[in-house]
Design a protein around this ligand. Structure first.
Ligand SMILES: Nc1ncnc2c1ncn2[C@@H]1O[C@H](COP(=O)(O)OP(=O)(O)OP(=O)(O)O)[C@@H](O)[C@H]1O
Ligand SMILES: [Mg+2]
Length: 289
């Protein structure tokens, strides 16, 4: 007897990471968010949906014989194309420098998403392409949960608004749950102000309420990690950007923050009124969430 189709409760939570403007940091965020979620004991699949232009393999330093293009073309199942990635994350590559690719239309994309149902993952992080056209459009319109990445620059914010406008008017039932990450911020206040501007126009003109998942500081360690092809969370786990992404994963998954400060905080509590130990003062710098 054929097994019953999995109900909604059995379907993996899938978060599409998108942006209007390209190069804002989606692929690095997707990879590191996936690793951070794995550290929080979730079974995670990183699905590189930027088919033909995939970066996940390069950033993760792995090579995959099969990719999303093969799944879209029906040459293999999604499960067959998945490889083990860094930090215990599973990876479905997007492929790059490929020849002819099947078009990503709504039907094919829904078929890919359908293959996630009832599988072993608790969370699927989908690294999408930039913009609102081409293969990105059906992915945006099918998303139940969308994480829009922007930088504080007005051009990136305007393009993030265009993405949110598309899904708000998607006409396919309820708009998706909307998260925003402001990446490459110089100061927390700059990132907060950028989010406030975006949220205000979304509320006023689209009637939707995005949630701030967090701010990621501009951090030279991100570029170093890319150069080394080692994910930031493994290459520089204590860097400001890595810590910000970890805090975001906690926020996304509803996990409480870790016990504050470990040994240093314990020692500070032993000497109340003396302030934080040198070098650990509240810097007023960028924060997540
Ligand atoms: N927080 C950060 N601090 C400093 N540099 C960053 C940060 N995030 C991203 N970058 C830089 O931006 C580059 C582009 O990042 P990434 O490839 O993740 O963007 P993307 O949005 O996926 O691009 P595309 O639209 O082409 O897919 C990185 O290689 C890195 O050099
Ligand atoms: Mg990318």
């Amino acid at each position: 007897m054929a097994s019953a189709a999995p109900g909604p409760a059995e379907q993996a939570r899938a978060v599409l990471v998108a942006s209007g403007k390209g190069g804002v940091g989606k692929s690095n965020l997707s990879l590191n968010l996936a690793i951070a979620a794995r550290r929080l004991e979730r079974r995670v699949l990183l699905l590189d949906a930027d088919v033909g232009l995939g970066n996940a393999e390069i950033l993760a330093g792995v090579s995959a014989p099969l990719h999303l293009g093969d799944v879209l073309a029906g040459r293999c199942t999604l499960e067959q194309a998945v490889v083990g990635g860094p930090g215990g994350v599973d990876l479905l590559a997007g492929g790059h420098g490929l020849g002819e690719l099947p078009p990503v239309d709504g039907l094919r994309w829904r078929h890919v998403l359908g293959q996630l149902a009832g599988r072993r993952w608790d969370l699927v992080v989908i690294d999408g392409g930039a913009g609102v056209g081409g293969p990105v459009r059906p992915q945006l319109l099918a998303a139940r949960e969308l994480l829009v990445v922007t930088t504080p620059e007005p051009t990136a914010l305007a393009d993030a608004y265009a993405v949110i406008k598309l899904v708000a008017a998607g006409g396919q039932g309820l708009p998706p749950r909307l998260w925003v990450v402001v990446n490459q911020v110089q100061r927390a206040a700059e990132g907060q102000a950028a989010f406030a501007r975006l949220a205000s126009v979304c509320r006023r003109f689209l009637g939707v309420e995005p949630h701030l998942l967090g701010l990621v500081p501009h951090d030279p360690r991100v570029r170093e990690a890319v150069q080394r092809q080692v994910p930031l969370l493994l290459a520089a786990p204590h860097s400001p950007a890595a810590r910000a992404v970890e805090a975001m994963a906690r926020h996304l998954l509803g996990c409480p923050p870790p016990a504050a400060g470990g040994l240093l905080a314990y020692l500070a509590r032993l000497w109340p009124g003396r302030g934080a130990p040198p070098g650990r003062e509240a810097a007023g710098g960028p924060v997540a969430g």
